[in-house]
Design a protein around this ligand. Structure first.
Ligand SMILES: NC(=O)c1ccc[n+]([C@@H]2O[C@H](COP(=O)([O-])OP(=O)(O)OC[C@H]3O[C@@H](n4cnc5c(N)ncnc54)[C@H](OP(=O)(O)O)[C@@H]3O)[C@@H](O)[C@H]2O)c1
Length: 345
């Protein structure tokens, strides 16, 4: 099978391209910048295609799987998914943007009809938390509340910060009674032991607010990350001005700055840092808690995306829209290198 990696010369796309080629996958590198795409293809000794996302259907006829690494994904997913539907190409990405998950879930039937799988989120966001959600649901199938969390605040790439800025003006998100609701950033807080002692944590608009619902059917979902109490308070106070981040020129300026300033984790950080995931599912009278420990998020992303491609190569995937834990199963995360868990309370 042939996989085309779009956004291949970005920080994460390049790491995935290298790993996919190391694993013997048949990979074409793609992106909108000809010099960067062809330059990387020469270094990695593979083929290159240069095109804008909205020209993609001309370039996918002989491609089985498209892995989109070009984020913010809200800017790229739509034309790429249209092209995949037209050409019968499976679509995967490494988004963590809940609006992209929600919009792709709406296209489930179109994907089924086209005989393709739409599988967004095959990175750190959301593979480990989604698998944890599926595992908790297996432990307590009648759960009505699901809280998930990640403790993984290390170095980040410019693309990750640019994607966070893209959605920052939208505030926080939680799911209540099956619907995604807008709430202030850091609206809720609690103390959580992610696996290395208790920490103060706040709600964030992480992708699982969308995906865990499709994986588990649980209608009330919040996602937490550690944050010092004072920072959480400051964010809540700053909520009225975060709307400014939605103003075009301000947003574009900050995103350009982020791309210059944030380099992503070093090779050593990717090798040694760890991430800690926590989840809790509850009914009115019962609560179960499980945890996972994984490699550093970009390392996990590279492994998860290339392992997902292997599943497609083995024809081991359903058609339609799926979350990672639903497309494979919650134990998918345990197949990845140096993942430890599930630790059940
Ligand atoms: N799920 C996860 O856990 C996870 C992990 C890692 C990264 N990510 C996400 O993946 C995305 C990429 O991250 P990164 O670290 O690789 O960032 P990056 O180094 O900034 O790379 C972004 C890539 O996307 C391309 N791109 C951006 N907008 C585009 C557009 N409108 N049309 C065509 N190409 C476009 C860029 O090309 P140009 O340089 O030409 O703009 C570049 O090749 C981010 O959204 C990040 O949040 C998610």
């Amino acid at each position: 099978m042939t996989t085309l990696i779009y956004g291949a010369y970005g920080y994460t796309g390049e790491l995935i391209a290298e790993e996919a080629l190391d694993r013997g996958q048949n990979v074409i590198l793609a992106g909108r910048n000809g010099t960067k795409t062809r330059g990387l293809a020469t270094v990695l000794n593979t083929d290159a295609r240069v095109f804008d996302a909205d020209e993609a259907s001309t370039y996918l006829d002989d491609v089985d799987i498209l892995l989109n690494c070009a984020g913010p994904f809200v800017d790229t997913y739509e034309p790429l998914v249209e092209a995949c539907l037209d050409t019968g190409t499976h679509y995967l990405d490494i988004t963590g943007e809940f609006s992209v998950f929600e919009e792709l879930a709406e296209r489930d039937r179109e994907a089924e009809k086209a005989g393709i799988c739409l599988l967004p989120g095959v990175g750190f966001d959301v593979v480990p938390t989604d698998c944890l959600a599926g595992h908790l649901h297996d432990r307590l199938p009648e759960a009505t509340e699901l809280n998930l969390g990640f403790d993984a605040l290390g170095a980040v790439s410019g693309g990750t910060v640019a994607s966070a800025i893209e959605h920052a003006s939208g505030g926080g998100k939680v799911r209540r009674n099956g619907r995604i609701e807008s709430v202030p950033i850091a609206a809720n807080s609690r103390t959580i032991d992610f696996g290395r002692g208790s920490r103060h944590a706040v709600t964030v608009p992480w992708g699982d607010v969308s995906t865990a619902y499709y994986t588990t059917g649980i209608e009330n979902i919040e996602v937490y990350t550690p944050m010092p109490e004072r920072v959480g308070q400051a964010l809540r106070l700053a909520a009225p001005i975060t709307g400014l981040l939605g103003v075009g020129p301000i947003k574009a300026g900050l995103q350009a700055l982020a791309r210059r300033v944030f380099d992503g984790p070093t090779a050593q950080q990717r090798e040694t840092d760890r991430a800690y995931l926590w989840g809790e599912a509850s009914t009115d009278d019962q609560t179960v808690v499980s945890r996972l420990e994984t490699p550093e998020p970009y390392t996990l992303t590279v492994d998860a995306a290339t392992t997902a491609i292997e599943r497609f190569e083995a024809n081991d995937v359903p058609t339609g829209y799926h979350t990672p834990a639903a497309a494979f199963d919650p134990n998918f995360v345990l197949e990845l290198d140096a993942v430890e868990g599930f630790f059940d309370d």
